[in-house]
Every structure is written in C-alpha cells, then in structure tokens.
Design a protein around this ligand. Sequence first.
Ligand code: MN
Length: 488
Amino acid sequence: MTITQIINKVKENNPNTDTKMLELAYEFAEEAHRGQKRRSGIPYIQHSLHTAFQLAQIKADINTVIAGILHDVPEDTDRTLADVKKEFGEDVYNLVKGITKLSKIKYRGVERYRESLRKMFLAMSKDLRVILIKFCDRLHNLRTLESLPEAKQQRIARETMEIYAPIAGLLGIWRLKWQMEDICFKYLYPDQYKKLEYKYEVEKKAERNQYSQKLKDILSQELDKHGIEYQLEDRFKHLYSIWQKMQNKDRQFDEIYDVFAIRVIVPTVADCYRTLGIIHATWKPKAGRIKDYIATPKPNGYRSLHTTVNGPENKAAEFQIRTREMHEESLYGIAAHWHYKQISGNQVKTQKQPAWVKEIIEIQRKAANTNEFISQLKLDVFGNRIFVFSPRGDVFDLPENSTPIDFAYLVHTEIGNKASGVMINNKIATLDTKLKNGDQVEIIIDKNRKGPNHDWLKFVTTNRAKDKIKHGEKVSRLDKLRRFIPGM
Ligand code: MN
C-alpha cells in the first residue's frame, strides 16, 4: 500500500479534494513509526496506510483519512497529541485524540466487554467519525490476524463479532460489517467456514453465475426497450449471513434461495418504481416478498425496492432496485452521508445524528450503571425493529415485542396515559398484544382516565413507555393527595 493509492482513492471520490495535508500526514507518520514493525514483520506504517485506504474506500472525509494515517502515532511513537494538533489542526487532533482514548480499552471478560461498548458509544456520540477509524483499524488487524497466537485470534474475533459488527450494522456500513464478519467466522468456526466456502465458491459458483447472466440478459433487453438507463450488479450474500440463516431456520444450503440478488441501479426514484413494474411484467412476483424500503426506509436509513420473482427454470430470483445515492448509502452507511454533504459543499459538522444515536445518548444519561446501560441498549437498539402504522398511515418504528401501549407512548404521552383499548388492523385487541410488522394500530382513548395503569409495566418493552408510566403514576398519586390535603 502506498500513499499514492490513497490519494487516488480520495480524488476518485471527490476530484477537488486538497490532498497536501494527507501527504504531510504520511511523511509525519512514516517518520514517527520508522523502524517499527508489525508482528507479521511488515513495517508499521503499512497498517496506518491500510487503515487510511479503507477509510477512503468507505468515502470518509479527508480529515478522517488523515486521522486514519495518524491514529497510532500518539500511542506508539514519541510524537504527542500536541504535535498532531500543531501540525494538522483542531479537527484532525480531536479525531486522533478520540481514537487514542478508545484504544486504551482492552477486551477482557464480560465486564470489560460492557465497558468497551459503553466507551464506543460515548466516543460515537461525540463524533461518529472516530468509530469509522476504529472500524477500519480493526479490519486491517483482522486481515493480519494470522500472525497472532491462537488465543489472541479468538479473543479479537469474538470481540469483533460482539461489538464491532453490530455497531457497523447500526451505522449501515454493510461493507465493513460483512468483511469483519466473514473473517471472524473463519477464525471462530473454521470447519463450518471451510465447508460452506467450498460449497459456495466451488460447487455452486458456475451454476449461479450462469443463472445470474441469464437474468441480466433478459432484464437488459426489457429496460432498453423502455429507455431506462441502468447498471446491473451481482450481489452475493456473504458466507456468515448464509450460515446464520442456515442456523436460524435449520435449513440446508440448497434451501437458502436468496444467496444472491441482482442490483439494478437507475437514475431516479421514479425509475425505481418503473423498473419494479417492468420486472413484475416479465416474471411473476412472489407474494409477500415485495418490500418498499423507499417509502418506508429501515431504521438505519436503508432505502431500496426489493422483490423476489419466479425466474426462468422456475427458480426464485431476487432484485434490489435503487438510485446511485441509495446504493452508496447502503454500502457506506453514515459515511456516505458525509460524502454527499461534502460534494454539495456543506460543512461536515452540520451532519445530523441519526435518531438512534440520540436514543443511545438518552439511555446513557438515564442508566444508573454500565450493566443497566447495556441491557437497555440491547433492548432498544440492538433488538430487531418493527414498523407499525397509525390510522393516518404514519409509520412508527418500535423494538420487537412492543405492545399497543409502547406505540401509544411513542405517538404522544397523553395518548398513552389515556389509552383504554386498541384496534389492531380494525379488530379489537388487548393492550398487551405483541405488535407485528405492518400492523395498523388505533388507540382508543378514555378522556376521563386519570393516568396510566401500573400493570402495564408488566408487558411494555420500550424504556420510553416504562418511564412515562412511572412518571404518570407519580403525577396521579399527587393528584389524589391534593384532593385530601387542600393547598398542597
Ligand atoms: Mn491501529
């Protein structure tokens, strides 16, 4: 890896980027790390360059790439953070400082795990870019895991699976998540990995490629006919996610039919829907497999149209239709937002935090200790989300196992406090019913109701509902007291 490769990558993302500082950062880091070697024997600066390259690849902004080159300088050389500040300014300094703080945590046992998770989120809530650097640093460490003793390999792989990969998923940086997971899978379950790799890469590869080519040929003709500009890409599932699917659903490899999909990238949103129509006119869609993540994006912001059709030879074929911008976002997640911001000339700092980051900060603020923080985090953020609809068609996302009361408090505190019944999909249901994806939920309100019911605490899932119920109780107790003690 050379600095030129990184500069080229940065320019590829945005030709107007000034890369002077990047070159200076390289000279600075190269000199600082000179003579140091990685355990594998390669010069240490290679690790810094690989980290920076990966950052450029996920389209991080220039200062993040610079901080990527410098990330191990204060920790491992005699150059200090103050030197970094003097040479590269406040922004780069803050990023390097953030990453240096993070590197002080070591993973040892479950308590440390919780603590490192907490620190990761803390760093993230200050500046998300610190986490991007940490991910890219970790990815290169994983790629060079071979040279470490086995116990250390296992520890790093496990930590990555438990902490890094889920957070990368939350941030929507699928590209990094997949790469990390597949490497860890190989170290944690070597036998299963080898078996699956053989099946996927050797046995079925030719068959899959042939089929995908056939689909692309037919679709190209149709899209040409309708005058739609397009680009087609194969999307292969990564091995770990196939394996997970086999575990979860107890299926054989041959039964996992969505091991690949075809991505159709078109210029506009209107083209996305037109393309969906063209695909459905060509092959019969499978019921229940059409997903409109453009109208209803996933909580991490993912947008696309998905459909599975009955393709040639009566085999299932999945298509994912999206614009170029949606495509970049799906690969690079939060990093892509910055990329688009940069191109449109906006300041990086104006980047708004996604809703779940605010949610995490809120949980962090309230939790009494780390253990509580983690368990709530798992519940509210790491758990799967479902989408439900209000009668007006507004979309609300909730964690799995949420009930109408959770929904009511999400809509409005008063709706929660005065809830007396619920209609789910136009049928009367009980307030403790577990909501399902796509449910339409209408809360029936009793205007005379004084406050929440204590028993609701037994079945609600979200912390928001729990807090509101506890708070509402306090208020209504005070109300009662007031009635007995005039003037209180
Ligand atoms: Mn490093």
